[in-house]
Design a binder for this molecule. Structure first.
Ligand code: ATP
Ligand code: MG
Length: 289
């Protein structure tokens, strides 16, 4: 049997589930090279002292807290639900979902207050209980392990507190969202010792890589053509992370302008550029690594 190298960092990720593909993608974008496959229990990285361990997401918090692994990637929702002694290091900007309260479409419940005295089915009892307690609303929780959507139809509960990302499963089951408890995304967590002792240097190196992927994600590269006389105007529109690169085109009196633009003000910038007279605007993602 293969055993894990002890001095290497260990990172636990979900073996098979909603976070798996995006997590593998994220790790590869951060430049880590490894083989993965459905039947692998762990992968050793070729170019970083890291072992990626594949487990059920329910086990990750405990593995990290107890030091069986140094790091883990889980949905923040699990951190809210199970209080564990781990340190959250980074929000990873994928795996977005929300814990919401949903009711049957034709339910006569109008507000959260109307749930007073009612039964709520959930897989997230701690978060749900805390939510209602804060509002001073008394509900009875029915804990169900999966397929919560069926609970109202079965008459088991008047509402469900469930995770959703697009709401499509809810709609498919004739449920509608009454309110949101919290938003969640994938997060990197660490064992409390791992971020202090000899492994800290490696953890920091890995975080630097992850941050690189995260910042590249927030920017886009744009290229456009414009006549010389518009350069000054266009420069004003591009909020300067980097001053734009300007190079002459074969067409006399025209230039090609390229720059990096922050994603949150991106569409606004494009609109302004069009109005300033730029043409042939090309948008490229910034790849990391
Ligand atoms: P496992 O077999 O590993 O125990 P699971 O069935 O408990 O898997 P998944 O349903 O794969 O877990 O969800 C893993 C995580 O994905 C959730 O904890 C949550 O953070 C995130 N997630 C993103 N979108 C959704 C969604 N629509 N519904 C549920 N979870 C979501
Ligand atoms: Mg699970």
């Amino acid at each position: 049997m293969k055993v894990l190298k002890d001095r290497n960092l260990r990172l636990a990720i979900q073996k098979q589930g909603r976070l798996t593909d995006e997590t593998l993608d994220f790790l590869r974008k951060s430049g880590l090279e490894f083989e993965s496959g459905r039947f692998k229990l762990f992968s050793s990285c070729r170019n970083f002292p890291l072992e990626i361990v594949y487990v059920r997401d329910d086990d990750i918090l405990e593995f990290v807290a107890s030091g069986i692994v140094d790091l883990g990637i889980i949905g923040q929702n699990l951190l809210y639900e199970q209080k564990a002694k781990v340190k959250k290091l980074l929000n990873l900007r994928y795996g977005f979902c929300s814990l919401i309260i949903a009711i049957p479409k034709e339910s006569n419940i109008k507000s959260v207050e109307d749930l007073n005295g009612k039964k709520i089915a959930t897989t997230y009892p701690v978060s749900t209980k805390a939510f209602f307690k804060k509002l001073n609303i008394k509900v009875r929780l029915v804990q169900i392990a999966g397929s919560l959507e069926i609970a109202p139809a079965l008459g088991v509960a008047s509402a469900v507190a469930d995770l959703t990302s697009t709401g499509s499963t809810l709609a498919l089951n004739d449920l509608r969202i009454l309110t949101k408890i919290y938003d969640s995304e994938a997060v990197l967590i660490a064992n409390l010792e791992a971020v202090k002792n000899g492994k800290k240097i490696l953890v920091d190196k890995l975080i630097t890589r992850f941050k690189g992927v995260l910042s590249a994600k927030n920017y886009k590269y744009i290229m456009m053509n414009a006549p010389n006389k518009l350069i000054a105007k266009i420069k004003k529109v591009i909020p300067g992370l980097k001053s734009p690169t300007i190079s002459p085109l074969a067409k006399a009196g025209w230039v090609s302008i390229s720059s990096v633009v922050k994603e949150d003000i991106f569409w606004e910038t494009i609109e302004k550029l069009k109005k300033s007279g730029a043409s042939g605007i090309l948008v490229l993602p910034i790849e990391n690594g």
